[in-house]
Design a protein around this ligand. Structure first.
Ligand code: KG4
Ligand code: ZN
Length: 352
């Protein structure tokens, strides 16, 4: 089964060709440089750039896969969650292609895509993260720029949202903290680089909701405390402020890691899961990857962490998810009805 998939949910224009769960090509055209000067994603700019780049991105995905559009069996498209006017661009294009080539569509939830990034294989069929078979129920930790979710997956396509962020997502906190530090957008990977030479115990930042009884998260308090601390440090160190940036970044990263880990361990124990899947942009973070591997080994839980190239937004994860949906025959029935769903939840399975 050959899928051409597209994701335009945020600030990456991505198209991929997958043969079942094998990734033949995965093109990601990032807009981060264009949003950088605004310190975050500007929806109208994202829409315009998606419109400019969608055709060349699809053409390149086909070319890299050494296939023509006529060789494709079905199309896959992200319908949400994401920026409405950005999602719209990919949806419109896939509807057009489906009608021209008379091939079916499968619609995919972006967060479900982040889960299935763990199932990615290369063109020879070897798994990127040594993943073989799920042992349900599986726990999924999804951490991106807009979402922080703990999801219990009891089968393919069957999800229960255990908890999510009540305010800022973890990635958003990284991005917002990068602004007063004048590090640019997106903040996560830059903060990680500075954190490498810092001391994680240098500053005692809050670990919001770490002991709450539920599985929800909250990162806005951490963000506010961090901004206040940055101001104090700027006043104290003046020209030498840059010398404390690594310690600050390391302490901030440690606080996020501790909260994510504590909540995940609690869920692992309560739901007695044997496998954990991790995905989303923030999961590219080495400190988070290392801490989870260590703790899950101690708990005898098999942890599967998306290969870094499938952590941040990409269309390959959408194609792989669509392949599993095709096995359940979850094709769109009426293409005209396919529409963006900016607030789509992980447990809503919309087929149109
Ligand atoms: O999944 P993603 O590409 O987009 C959304 O669906 O939102 O995630 C983007 C987020 C951004 O907030 C970015 O700062 C964060 O992932 N991120 C990281 C790292 N790389 C990207 N956060 C921490 N450490 C990283 N290495
Ligand atoms: Zn994402």
């Amino acid at each position: 089964m050959k899928f051409l998939s597209v994701d335009t949910s945020c600030d990456e224009t991505s198209a991929s060709v997958c043969k079942d769960d094998r990734v033949l090509s995965n093109i990601i055209s990032s807009q981060v440089d264009l949003h950088n000067e605004w310190g975050g994603v500007v929806p109208s700019i994202a829409k315009r750039i998606h419109q400019e780049r969608i055709d060349p991105t699809i053409s390149l995905a086909l070319k890299r896969a050494r296939l023509k559009i006529e060789d494709i069996d079905a199309f896959a498209i992200t319908i949400g969650p994401g920026l409405a006017i950005a999602l719209e661009v990919g949806i419109k294009k896939i509807k057009e292609l489906s009608q021209i080539h008379n091939k079916p569509i499968i619609v995919v939830n972006h967060m479900e895509g982040h889960i299935y990034s763990n199932f990615a294989k290369n063109s020879e069929g070897s798994s990127y993260n040594k993943f073989k078979k799920p042992k349900f129920p599986v726990l999924c930790l999804l951490v991106s720029g807009n979402h922080t979710e703990l999801v219990l997956m009891s089968n393919h396509g069957n999800y229960k949202l255990l908890g999510e962020t009540l305010d800022d997502a973890a990635g958003e906190a990284f991005d917002k903290i990068a602004r007063p530090l004048i590090l640019g957008y997106p903040g996560g990977s830059i903060i990680e680089r500075f954190a490498e030479s810092g001391n994680p115990e240098a500053f005692d930042l809050p670990r919001p909701m770490i002991h709450s009884k539920d599985y929800n998260f909250s990162f806005s308090g951490l963000k506010t405390a961090s901004v206040l601390l940055i101001e104090k440090l700027k006043q104290k160190y003046k020209k030498d402020f840059s010398k404390v940036v690594p310690d600050f970044c390391s302490s901030f990263q440690q606080s996020i890691t501790d909260v994510l880990l504590a909540k995940t361990v609690k869920a692992v124990k309560e739901y007695k899961v044997k496998q954990l899947f991790m995905g989303g942009g923030v999961i590219s973070n080495n400190q988070i990857r290392k801490s989870f591997r260590k703790e899950m080994r101690r708990l005898s839980v098999n942890v599967f962490i998306s290969d870094k190239k499938f952590c941040t937004d990409n269309a390959a994860m959408i194609g792989i998810c669509a392949y599993y949906k095709s096995k359940r025959n979850e094709y769109v029935k009426n293409i005209k009805n396919v529409d963006r769903m900016p607030n789509l939840k992980i447990n809503e399975n919309i087929l149109f």
